[in-house]
Write a protein that binds this ligand. Structure first.
Ligand SMILES: Cc1ncc(COP(=O)(O)O)c(C=O)c1O
Length: 412
């Protein structure tokens, strides 16, 4: 299988072999999958790894199967570390990005009056978690203002708030769920490092779509799922924990027999690595599937992916913007592959069902997913289309034609 290769437009621009990539992806035959921001289509070999492991569990026993596959399990940590420019000891597996995020939050000993400084585009569940911390511990949640140019949070304004408020935690979402915005997380990170502030980044929609380097971002903690642009299985995610955080002794509120040693009747000791954020039980088939998916993404190459994927989205956005009755909603200088738009004359579920019926996978977003952003844009709902590198230009045009047809027709 040649996936990243020899063919090139010029020296700078290696082409992905889209036909080969699609041949690896059985779902391409049955659907136009523009819901990669929900869950990417699985690669055949990833599915095979997972099936094989379940078969092995059935054949020799679950514990015995994970022991037999110990090297491949270890490769989950090595693969994520390669993806992020980290060390395997800094990586913890989790069942979802949200699980990783709340575990990370639980490690911070918030006190009444502590400030959480975040952005207006942080993910809905993160915002709810901050409010829950406010309810229980009396922390103050401060939202830095957005930049007037639409590029997400205003870095200088947020840095000023860092200096003034000395937050207990700075939290930023790289790419939110509800638009193609890419927030300047590395610029924020430089300020956090300079001021020595704890910095948590939600990279759920950016891993697998962009090259991510935790040192360049300057984060202490970073969370993501494997199921979206990494094209791993559902029910998977991970947490990156910096050495500094490990050294300073941060540990999740509830730590189990895997994350800690019970060294005396009245004493436990957290393990040295990010494994202190994990639990004893693992869905091993899923872990192995994630390792295979990440290795596949690394072979395809994050650099060509990061050029092709947003470019397909730009093409789609341009075509949608020309359709009467359609308003594209994404704001920002460089946009990610989450294309959002509203359409006149349709109810949300009916519109999505009409797209489904035409063989196009998509997702709905509602005001409650993004109170600030949708409030600013004055929209109650939108449709999100999220192509990935294995989609084709022809599919982009077909999807735009489908939207144009539905816009003309209306829901009647
Ligand atoms: C930006 C962002 N963060 C976090 C999440 C939550 O991920 P999970 O569903 O794996 O908890 C999502 C899911 O859509 C997301 O888009």
């Amino acid at each position: 299988m040649k996936i990243n290769g020899s063919a090139s437009n010029n020296d700078r621009e290696p082409l992905l072999d889209i036909a080969a990539l699609r041949a690896d992806t059985p779902g391409c035959e049955s659907v136009i999958h523009f819901n990669n921001a929900g869950c990417g289509l699985l690669v055949d070999s990833v599915l095979e790894v997972m099936r094989d492991h379940l078969s092995l569990e059935a054949a020799i026993g679950g514990y015995e199967a994970s022991a037999a596959q110990a090297d491949r399990v270890a490769d989950f940590y090595a693969a994520i570390a390669d993806l992020l420019g980290a060390d395997p000891r800094n990586i913890a597996f989790s069942g979802s990005a949200t699980h990783a995020y709340t575990k990370a939050l639980s490690a911070i000993e918030f006190r009444t009056g502590d400030v959480i400084l975040t952005t207006r585009n942080d993910f809905i569940s993160n915002q709810i978690a901050f409010l829950a911390l406010r309810k229980r511990f009396g922390v103050e949640v401060v939202h830095a203002p957005d930049h007037a140019d639409g590029s997400g949070v205003d870095v200088e304004a947020m840095a000023a708030l860092m200096r003034k408020r000395r937050p207990r935690l700075v939290a930023a979402t790289h790419v939110p769920t509800n638009s193609g915005l890419v927030q300047p997380v590395a610029q924020l990170g430089r300020h956090c490092r300079e001021l020595d502030l704890l910095y948590l980044v939600d990279a759920c929609q950016s891993v697998g779509q962009y090259e991510i380097d935790v040192a360049e971002i300057g984060c202490d903690l970073l969370t993501a799922t494997c199921r979206k642009f990494l094209r791993g299985p559902r029910g998977s995610g991970f947490l990156y924990v910096s050495d500094r955080v490990l050294r300073e002794g941060y540990e999740p509120l509830f730590i189990d027999m895997y994350g800690a040693r019970w060294v005396a009747p009245g004493e436990y000791r957290p393990v040295d690595t990010a494994a202190r954020f994990e639990e004893w039980e693992f869905p091993y088939a899923t872990v192995l599937g994630c390792a295979a998916a990440v290795r596949y993404a690394l072979r395809v190459g994050l650099e060509p992916i990061s050029r092709r994927t947003p470019a397909l989205a730009d093409r789609l956005r341009e075509r949608l913007a020309r359709i009467p009755g359609v308003r594209t909603l994404d704001r920002g200088l460089d946009l990610a592959a989450l294309v959002t738009f509203e359409i006149a004359g349709w109810e949300p579920h009916l519109f999505k069902e009409a797209m489904d019926a035409r063989g196009v996978n998509s997702a709905l977003s509602f005001r409650e997913f993004a109170q600030f952003d949708f409030g600013d844009k004055d929209v109650d709902w939108c449709l999100r289309l999220s192509p990935h590198y294995y989609n084709t230009e022809e599919e982009v045009d077909a999807v735009a034609d489908t939207v144009a047809e539905l816009a003309r027709r209306g829901s009647a």
